[in-house]
Design a protein around this ligand. Structure first.
Ligand code: SF4
Ligand code: SF4
Length: 77
């Protein structure tokens, strides 16, 4: 799996204002079947670590604060 080059080039973005990973939340990391999300321990925020996605959506749906946004490619909609 390719490591994400930058956090803005990947399909899944995390609103760091909303993310409460610093309080112990790991929901999005736990629900992702591909294991491509991770918690940045320095920032205390979730982010997309690997540039790979099935667009299955539980990360966005289950995030308790609505911090996760999955940008679904046009051809998959
Ligand atoms: S589920 Fe939401 S609040 Fe929790 S770590 Fe992921 S982005 Fe942050
Ligand atoms: S949409 Fe699915 S595969 Fe993509 S990051 Fe979210 S849970 Fe993981």
């Amino acid at each position: 799996m390719p490591l994400a080059a930058t956090r803005t080039s990947v399909p899944v973005s995390v609103d760091e204002e909303k993310c409460i990973a610093q309080k112990g939340c790991t929901v999005c990391v736990d629900v992702c079947p591909l294991d491509v999300l991770a918690i940045d321990m320095v920032k205390g925020k979730a982010y997309m670590k690997f540039d790979e996605c099935w667009y299955c959506m539980p990360c966005e749906q289950d995030c308790p604060t609505g911090a996760v946004h999955v940008a679904i490619p046009y051809l998959l909609r």
